[in-house]
Design a protein around this ligand. Sequence first.
Ligand SMILES: NC(=O)c1ccc[n+]([C@@H]2O[C@H](COP(=O)([O-])OP(=O)(O)OC[C@H]3O[C@@H](n4cnc5c(N)ncnc54)[C@H](O)[C@@H]3O)[C@@H](O)[C@H]2O)c1
Length: 354
Amino acid sequence: MPYRVVVVGMGKRGVHHATAFAANKRFELAGVATRDQKRLDDVVSKLGGVKGSRDARTLVDEVKPDVFCFCTPPDVRLPLVQMGISSGAKLIAFEKPVAMTSAEGMAIKEALEASGVKAVISHQHRYGDHYKKVQEIIASGAIGDVRTVYGTATGWAAHMLSHLVEYTSWFNNYEPAEWVMGQAAGRGKLSDSHASPDYVAGVVHFRNGVRGVYDCGAGAPDVPEVPYWWRKCRIGAIGTDGFAEVHTGSGWRAVTKNGVESGPGGMDYDHDMAPYVDQMADWLDDDNKPHPLRFSRAYGGLEIVSGLYRSVIEGGQIALPLKNGADELAGLRTKVPDRKVLMTLSESAKEYKD
Ligand SMILES: NC(=O)c1ccc[n+]([C@@H]2O[C@H](COP(=O)([O-])OP(=O)(O)OC[C@H]3O[C@@H](n4cnc5c(N)ncnc54)[C@H](O)[C@@H]3O)[C@@H](O)[C@H]2O)c1
């Protein structure tokens, strides 16, 4: 029997998720919910008459899904995790970032652990062939022992930083982080729906001695290989014998013991969503096949991001794991200097206006 799925929130990512579930025979898209009637009508007709509702609670009570998926703005998380748990679903799938503050992230973690419900977070870029190629090169030992992992993105943190942390953690076999230290500039995007400093940069010490270096937002370096602003991300690892890196919008390159290599690739939602949802069915079928994008990994990433923000707020190094939850966004609104951010790219001025 296919796993019955409900998807809540029919914006860009909700439609991507609903379409991917509908295309996979291991799932039955049993219902979609969104508040906007026109959007609901459009999606129901696009997906061939799936059940639609403007009220998520009514829908899940009726459908009793195995998988509860929601794709809402970043400040809508804990109530929908609670709805997923109370619906009786076995797995909750939701979008990055896990939460906007460590306080909410911890509350979500506690709720999931208390219920035993599985959860996955959509850092699905990792299914891109260029991402997989870079991870394979690193895991093969061709760059020697990994000493540094790094990630840069021109987009701001609530959009991009959790992606950088997730994939660099993958390159470092998800070793836990022991401490972080960071700085931030620019208040404009603290008022955005994806609230963040305009620019945050910092370092992470991982338990195995690997150093993580992150540079996210208006001050991040250009990735000239990639024309599309949102996909100007450089994510890689440096080892004792070389390096390998992926560029989200355009291919990969490496210098290894075997010489200089490079190849094509570009982030593609359709390509990446199919294996992402398929591995949810693997995990539902078999507890011994946990999803690579499981909540515990993304939660480790949230701790790194929250730790960087706390370093901005408190100064100095921040030990991980965090012992208590806090509202880091409130702290950033007080502590980030009230000066316009300095931008690396002139084209970033269209995004970093305030
Ligand atoms: N993984 C990725 O590659 C990727 C790419 C883009 C966006 N995202 C993330 O996906 C999430 C959604 O982004 P989007 O671009 O689809 O946004 P969107 O604005 O297009 O859609 C959001 C949807 O959520 C609904 N919604 C808002 N508040 C709600 C509530 N309280 N209860 C129920 N529904 C509610 C809205 O009506 C809308 O349908 C964000 O967290 C974003 O960061 C991830």
